[in-house]
Design a protein around this ligand. Structure first.
Ligand code: CMP
Length: 140
């Protein structure tokens, strides 16, 4: 498998509890490199655009409210098989189903406040990276 890039976000429940460093350490320990990073406060329109694919889902409004409730850390992660590796390190969306040692098993509070987001495919990784970073902000 070739070197890939994926998009990662540390969510407001984790920044609020000062877990940014502990979460990044999990990525780095798995062999992923942070090649772009920024901490931002999203406005409602930012969250609605990013999560647009979920807009018909019953949890959409709560998800948007949560994602603008505090700062997030957006990152590009690079490494061998980065999309799948990031998903392994994060664990299942619902922390109740997440394997021991994963970010969500250790840190997530609920299916909504689940500490991290990661791209689910190389196609979505490219889309999410381009939504959140300019090419010159990514330094490999
Ligand atoms: P994320 O990977 O950021 O993508 C969409 C998010 O919606 C997901 O993680 C969850 O945090 C959130 N969410 C809230 N409720 C649900 C649900 N019932 N099913 C799936 N995702 C949910």
């Amino acid at each position: 498998m070739a070197v890939q890039r994926t998009f990662s976000m540390i969510k407001p429940d984790a920044t609020r509890r000062n877990l940014t460093g502990k979460i990044i350490a999990k990525f780095e320990d798995a062999g992923l490199r942070v090649v772009a990073s920024k901490r931002v406060q999203w406005q409602r329109a930012d969250a609605e655009e990013f999560y647009g694919i979920h807009k018909e889902r019953p949890f959409f409004n709560d998800l948007v409210d949560f994602m603008i409730s505090g700062p997030i850390v957006m990152q590009v992660l690079e490494g061998e098989d980065a999309v799948a590796k990031n998903r392994q390190v994060m664990g299942a969306t619902n922390p109740a189903d997440a394997d021991a040692g994963t970010i969500r098993a250790e840190f997530a509070e609920s299916i909504e406040a689940n500490s991290v987001h990661g791209s689910d495919s190389p196609e979505n990784a490219a889309l999410e990276i381009s939504q959140c970073f300019k090419e010159e902000e990514i330094v490999g």
